[in-house]
Design a protein around this ligand. Sequence first.
Ligand SMILES: [Zn+2]
Length: 142
Amino acid sequence: MPYATIAKEFTFDAAHSLPNSEGPCQRLHGHTYRVQVVARGRIQPVDGRAEEGMVLDFTRIKEVFKRRIEARCDHQFLNESVPIERTTAELLAAWMLAELREELPLVIAVRLYETPTSYAEVTVYDLEDAPGAPNVQEGSAR
Ligand SMILES: [Zn+2]
């Protein structure tokens, strides 16, 4: 069976602030965030199992997203509800990817839209422990 890439999209509303930002994001404000969860894998054989012909059941992505991400983000103050130092789109996307991969190792990327025209994307290749990931310390020593 060939490989396929699938994605499921979610939205949630939340408040946050970026204390050291020089723009309006320094103040308490909110966004309707849009999240695209991307998974890649081999299409499973048609053999009578529940996920036959799929990479991963969209319902499974939804279940894990709601429990691990939405419960901690929707209508929350992200600075207090999410265990990261700053609630930038970049760090939120990285946190979401790590959370989802705890249960769904086929998830390879999270794209987080903070506004309709601004997103941050983090893929497995961007994670610090990923094979081939850029190693800043190693690079600067040369
Ligand atoms: Zn903001």
